[in-house]
Design a protein around this ligand. Structure first.
Ligand code: CA
Ligand code: CA
Length: 317
């Protein structure tokens, strides 16, 4: 093959790629058709008020044939990280932003982090959205064109004072059941509390993260994640995850108060219907000192079960 011809073919291939940038994820099964779900990637999007429409994202799961699979992680082979970056983090690549289980705008890749020391499976993005993100308010991005509800069906908001009081009451009950001293409970802190409608019945569920602190020696932190669901005129706990951390649980050089700021505290990422059964799955995360873990909970026969867990190593502390 002559050099000119090779260049021409390369040019044609590039042109096609430019014309059909979304071709791979663009086929949508028509109504009633139950094709196996094609491979799609779900990313968590992290932003902050000071960054405005600049944010970062990293992959948390791959949805393929109805299965939840682990994506590339910070501890993956360097070649796998490069391959992922080349495929998903080309400058200008666009992804749908999802928030409150629904369409919320666009994420546009500005720079891959693959060559950095930390956050190697992540990327810098710019967003086109009216959603305001912060440390405890995260969004999702995806290359799927079918996941998520229409923008008008978004469900995610700050709880009312009454909802907050009920969630705190359930949190205190959960703490009491774990034997946490009653004297520490009035001071229990709400790290984050979000109202979401997971099953689209117009009644709000509450996802909450809490820390109770024993500040006398030896210090202790009691962390709790709790999903409260409507029951009668109030709420009941659908599930809760509790953990206790002493001073020795925090690596030297870190302060135990990092837990009060959210480290080791399971927090809501988002909710999204991953398997099209009309009930949204709950996606949460726990940030450690060297990485982050993601969880997916699914309602099965009325119970909320953990169906996925993925730890992403980011950087040595
Ligand atoms: Ca509901
Ligand atoms: Ca579902």
């Amino acid at each position: 093959m002559t050099r000119v011809r090779a260049l021409l073919i390369a040019f044609l291939v590039l042109s096609l790629a430019a014309i059909f940038p979304l071709a791979e994820g663009a086929k949508k099964p028509s109504a009633g058709e139950s094709l196996p779900q094609q491979k799609t990637v779900i990313f968590t999007v992290f932003g902050s008020p000071s960054e405005g429409l600049s944010a970062t994202m990293e992959p948390i799961l791959i949805l393929e044939g109805g299965q939840l699979k682990e994506p590339v992680s910070g501890s993956s082979d360097a070649n796998d990280i490069t391959r992922f970056s080349n495929e998903y983090y080309r400058k200008g690549q666009r992804y749908r932003l999802l928030f409150g289980g629904a369409e919320a705008g666009t994420a546009i890749i500005t720079k891959s982090s693959a060559n950095q020391e930390c956050f190697r499976t992540g990327a810098d993005i710019s967003m086109q959205t009216n959603v305001k993100l912060n440390r405890n308010v995260m969004a999702l991005a995806t290359d799927s064109n079918s996941l998520g509800l229409a923008a008008g069906e978004r469900s995610r908001r700050t709880p009312t004072p009454a909802e907050r009081a009920q969630a705190l009451e359930l949190a205190r009950a959960a703490y009491k059941q774990k034997g946490v001293a009653a004297s520490l409970l009035p001071g229990a802190q709400v790290v984050n509390l979000t109202a979401v409608d997971l099953d689209r019945d117009g009644q709000w569920e509450l996802a909450g993260s809490f820390v109770a602190s024993k500040r006398t020696r030896k210090q202790q932190r009691y962390v709790l994640f709790l999903l409260a669901v409507p029951s009668g005129s109030g709420y009941k706990t659908a599930f809760s995850n509790y953990e206790s951390f002493g001073e020795e649980a925090v690596m030297s050089g870190a302060n135990i108060d990092t837990i009060n700021d959210g480290t080791y505290v399971e927090r809501l990422v988002e909710h999204l219907d991953l398997d099209n059964d009309k009930v949204n799955e709950l996606i949460t995360t726990t940030t450690g000192l060297e990485g982050v873990t993601y969880y997916v909970y699914k309602r099965q026969n009325g119970a909320w079960n953990k169906v996925y867990e993925f730890g992403n190593y980011r950087c040595a502390f």
